[in-house]
Ligand binder design. Sequence first.
Ligand SMILES: C[S@@+](CC[C@H](N)C(=O)[O-])C[C@H]1O[C@@H](n2cnc3c(N)ncnc32)[C@H](O)[C@@H]1O
Length: 237
Amino acid sequence: MSAKRVNLIERDERARVTSLLDGYATRWSLDLVGRAIRNGECPPDLAFDRFLHPDHRAVSQQHWTPVLVAMRAAAWFEQHGARTVIDIGSGAGKFCVVAGLASACQYLGLEQRPGLVAAARELAAGFGVSGRVRFVEGRLAESQHLHADAYYLYNPFGENLFGPDDFIDQEVELSKERHARDVEATQRLLRRAPSGTLVVTYNGLGGPLPFGYVELACDRETRNELRLWRKREPPAA
Ligand SMILES: C[S@@+](CC[C@H](N)C(=O)[O-])C[C@H]1O[C@@H](n2cnc3c(N)ncnc32)[C@H](O)[C@@H]1O
């Protein structure tokens, strides 16, 4: 069989699978997705992603936290007594909205891209959680006054190290130098945070957590490693 014919069959097969999956996902209404997450059941990512803007849906698999991961992180936050959580680099709001549905904590997403902040606010309003799930526009380095009981980090600066095909868009500075600056700014923020501060990393932060953060749990069943850390008390003098 010619290579051209194989490509056509593969393309048709991909289109058939995509249309089957789309058909399946459309059975999930927004209400059904919201209720499932509130009840501790995990809907498929395709079902949740239907409620994202098409441009943001297209990059979901690579850039946004899967529903299952957000639900596990939210359970850890609640279990360990966090009331306020900041998602550093909150993107289209998927993590904060899912975690807000899955737990009673307050979530604040910090995001550098204004279009994503607007979309995230709409998503939170659609799912009826905007009272507890908020988003602010800003860059981490300029937002060092932020304080919370817990921080969530889905490798937020990794995009700086990707090639242009994997950028979310070309509207912000992306470079190795920026990656180093943003990782350092996060490390400074965590160094200043009080003892007891919780951190959840999904696929890491891009550098080590500062001295004093102890790993409490690690989930390796998720696509990337999900880890929970807590800042310990300083040793008695
Ligand atoms: C991997 S995505 C994670 C999105 C979201 N936390 C989630 O899990 O669904 C990282 C996001 O961080 C944002 N970001 C990267 N550097 C940032 C910075 N210095 N300040 C604020 N946002 C940043 C990017 O624009 C992107 O939307």
